[in-house]
Design a protein. Structure first.
Length: 123
């Protein structure tokens, strides 16, 4: 019989947890978790799930789409706006846009300020 496990957190390694939390706070509208500090910051979904950011000295950003430094995981967000509007807003917040876009009419691959790839899809 499988364990009854509930996902509580998704945590990304990064060089500056506060800065990365601020980017995702502006992008998602999620409030900061009250336990955030200089080495670990988080945003609270309010349903027991947090999106966390932990300081890692010597952090190396993924090199998507190459695998020189693998991404290992990525986040995918549904957006209410059309993809062009959502992309423009995220780029203005500090996201990057890799040159490789495998299916640009269906989703966009962007990178957060620490270099983690994430996708936006019509939602």
């Amino acid at each position: 019989m499988p364990l009854r496990m509930k996902l509580r957190a998704i945590t990304l390694d990064c060089p500056d947890p506060s800065a990365l939390a601020a980017f995702y706070e502006q992008a998602t509208g999620l409030p900061p978790h009250p336990g955030s500090n200089a080495d670990f910051a988080a945003l609270d979904y309010g349903n027991g799930l947090i999106l966390g950011f932990q300081r890692v000295d010597g952090h190396r950003a993924p090199t998507w789409p190459t695998q020189v430094v693998p991404q290992q995981s990525h986040l995918c967000f549904a957006v209410a706006e059309n993809l062009d509007e959502a992309e423009a807003r995220l780029l203005a917040l500090g996201a990057g846009k890799p040159g490789t876009q495998p299916e640009e009419t269906r989703w966009r691959v962007l990178t957060d300020p620490a270099g983690h790839p994430f996708c936006i899809v019509r939602g």
